[in-house]
Design a protein around this ligand. Structure first.
Ligand SMILES: Nc1nc2c(c(=O)[nH]1)N(C=O)[C@@H](CNc1ccc(C(=O)N[C@@H](CCC(=O)O)C(=O)O)cc1)CN2
Ligand SMILES: Nc1ncnc2c1ncn2[C@@H]1O[C@H](COP(=O)(O)OP(=O)(O)OP(=O)(O)O)[C@@H](O)[C@H]1O
Length: 227
């Protein structure tokens, strides 16, 4: 397992064409001048709190309607998942609930797994799971499969707290998905999942941040730099 890099500096050093946006105090659009690591981490904490509160404020009906849109975008993006292993997540803190879609891909011949924090600050492991199978409480009380049948996903759904134009992911701050992607022998196809309202201009990527391949929201399928 790699240790956090003390030289973990922001990656973006290019000057924006115009600095007027810095006068209006809008920290959502985020200026693209380099920010020190401590400032990036503090900014991320503020954004996490705001973004989680925003999605928890969505009425349940709006959340499930948006999850259905995300599911139909996933069908359009991923098409035939027969014979593939897909990892998803047990929905927490207002994350889109894709459990119905998971049941549908299993019916269509996919295998499915859930991520498990087996050890703090270590890569995630993935345990096979089908609806109806037993779950137990893991770290932070997140339900995880009881059976320790480990697998590696071909397609990994990564729920986002926020995402940016380059498809960098803001998560809960544990660094688990980044650590996992840095350690897997074969990189899966990594699909960020979130509501459109989680869009940010930039998360101020640091050296440890690994971009998602694509982000699927209720409004769009977004590729890095694709607007
Ligand atoms: N539904 C779901 N399951 C998931 C993830 C996820 O993003 N969503 N994960 C994606 O990585 C992993 C769990 N990651 C987590 C990372 C941090 C915290 C958390 O609560 N952290 C503390 C602060 C950090 C700490 O104390 O270590 C907190 O927010 O209070 C929770 C889950 C695996 N399972
Ligand atoms: N490959 C890695 N090796 C060691 N530490 C890492 C690695 N990737 C991330 N970290 C550490 O994890 C911490 C949290 O990172 P970050 O703010 O990017 O979390 P996050 O992506 O929002 O969280 P999560 O993936 O758990 O939802 C940072 O201190 C970072 O240094």
């Amino acid at each position: 397992m790699s240790k956090p890099d003390p030289d973990d500096e922001p990656r973006e050093f290019s000057s924006p064409p115009c600095f007027l946006h810095e006068l209006d105090g809008d920290d959502r659009g985020a200026p693209s001048k380099p920010m020190p690591r401590d400032a990036v981490m503090a900014w991320r904490r503020t954004q996490r709190t705001r973004l989680i509160a925003d999605r928890l404020a969505l009425p349940a009906a709006a959340r499930s309607e948006r999850a259905a849109r995300i599911a139909s975008h996933l069908d359009a993006l991923l098409m035939d998942l027969g014979g593939r292993t897909v990892s998803s997540y047990w929905p927490l803190r207002g994350e889109p609930d894709l459990r119905g879609w998971v049941a549908s891909i299993i019916e269509r011949g996919a295998a499915h797994a859930l991520p498990v924090v087996a050890e703090r600050n270590a890569p995630l492991v993935f345990r096979r799971w089908r609806p109806g199978e037993a779950l137990v409480r893991g770290f932070w009380n997140i339900p995880v499969p009881e059976q320790d049948a480990q697998t590696l996903p071909d397609v990994m759904l990564a729920p986002v707290v926020g995402f940016d134009r380059q498809c960098y992911r803001l998560g809960y701050g544990g660094g688990y998905f980044d650590r996992t992607l840095a350690s897997l022998p074969v990189r899966p196809y990594v699909v960020g999942i979130g509501y459109e309202q989680a869009a940010l201009e930039t998360i101020h990527p640091l050296a440890h941040d690994i971009p998602l391949d694509v982000v699927v929201t209720d409004a769009a399928i977004r590729y890095p730099g694709g607007g």
